[in-house]
Design a protein. Structure first.
Length: 390
């Protein structure tokens, strides 16, 4: 796991106002309320919840989620799985296709290591070649039989990864079952694009179409006489639909933990818990000019792929518009006729447009208890999976 510099360690117990800028800050109270609401939601719907760790990339946060009832974690990269496993996380699902022999050797070694300490590794596949290469890698590192679970990913509408629903998925399941070191563990059926459809009705309709494809695939498995141990998928935007379907046994929301500006733009579905913003970029005004103020959080401090950040907790008469000022600067303009601008040195709080890649820009997350303004730094989390691209 990554180390924490002494300058950050010294912040623990200090007032939140002592945090230098730009910094990525977690409101621990809000995060814990989000966790409680998710755990209660999953329990009420009788589904497992396996949060996506590509959001926070922190072994410590993953373990907190598991203590609250999460059955394990999803990751997208082998390196993310390795980083979390090093931090003590034992139940991991690489919900992505891996076909590189070099990477699959790492998968096999990780599966063997986790199996040896009572853990479990799962992986998604969508090709017979991927299955054969995975089996060969397990044989090469002498991994024990049953050391890895394999889920067939089906394309349910995003047109990214996944075999076509129906008989093609059955054939892949048969290929998995033919390999003595692999265990067929079910279907991965996730529609990422549906998470960000703005209207709740649009998201419901998108998942209704997903369920048609999933149910057609289930029928083909019934005809083939192959049991489906699990169907997993769903994200923060649509999980109410998958959880209520009676088809999904596991959901994979991640962003619920922090909630970014893009998710906040979605129309709220009354069936879903209300999740709070819990992740902020603390920034400071470093320059003031004619009709503008400039803060020290440019896009090195927050991702802009899902839009620019929003200013948090400003009254309407002090509303500001954030403009991209480049790597190191954010340019702030008055958002209404009041013309109000913050003063030189004033602290502001940004809600990132997209949490996942924003976290990946930072080595550490600073956890504050008691609110951003009057709270105290309680702990520092390392972003163990930062830069885990392989």
């Amino acid at each position: 796991m990554k180390s924490i510099p002494e300058s950050l360690r010294a912040l623990v117990g200090q007032a939140a106002r002592r945090i230098d800028t730009p910094a990525l800050v977690i409101d621990l109270d809000a995060m814990e309320r989000n966790i409680e609401r998710m755990a209660r939601f999953a329990q009420q719907h009788g589904v497992l919840w396996r949060p996506h760790a590509k959001l926070h990339k922190s072994a410590h946060i993953a373990l907190l989620l598991e203590q609250a009832g999460a059955c394990g974690h999803c990751v997208q990269k082998v390196a993310e799985a390795e980083a979390l496993a090093e931090g003590g996380v034992n139940n991991l699902f690489i919900s992505n296709e891996i076909v590189s022999p070099a990477k699959l050797e790492r998968v096999a070694r990780l599966a063997k290591a986790l199996h040896g300490r009572g853990g479990r590794l799962a992986i998604a596949v969508d090709s017979e070649q991927g299955i054969a290469r995975l089996a060969q890698a397990l044989q090469d590192v002498h991994a024990n039989r049953g050391a890895i679970d394999v889920l067939v990913e089906i394309n349910v509408g995003q047109n990214r990864c996944g075999v076509e629903p129906g008989t093609a998925a059955v054939e892949l399941a048969r290929a998995i079952q033919a390999q003595p070191r692999l265990h067929f563990a079910g279907l991965q059926a996730y529609h990422g694009g549906a998470q960000h459809l703005r209207k709740a009705s649009e998201r419901r309709e998108a998942i209704a179409q997903v369920l048609k494809l999933v149910n057609r695939t289930r029928h083909e498995f019934d005809v083939a006489g192959i049991a489906l141990p699990l169907i997993t998928g769903a994200g923060t935007g649509t999980m109410v639909n998958e959880a209520a379907s009676g088809v999904y046994g596991e959901i994979q929301p991640g962003s619920f933990l922090f909630m970014d500006a893009d998710y906040a733009a979605n129309e709220h579905d009354p069936a879903q818990p209300v999740f709070e913003h819990a992740l902020y970029v603390k920034t400071q005004v470093m320059s003031v000019g004619q009709g503008r103020a400039v803060c020290d959080a440019g896009h090195k401090a927050h991702a802009i792929d899902s839009g620019l950040p929003r200013l948090h907790a400003l009254p309407p008469e002090q509303a500001l518009r954030f403009e991209n000022g480049g790597d190191e600067h954010g340019v702030l303009h008055p958002a209404n006729a009041s013309g109000w601008l913050p003063a030189l040195g004033e602290t502001l709080w940004l809600i990132p447009g997209h949490c996942d890649p924003t976290v990946n820009l930072h080595d550490h997350l600073i956890g504050v208890r008691g609110g951003r303004l009057k709270g105290v730094v309680e702990r520092i989390f390392t972003v163990d999976g930062r830069g885990a691209l392989t």
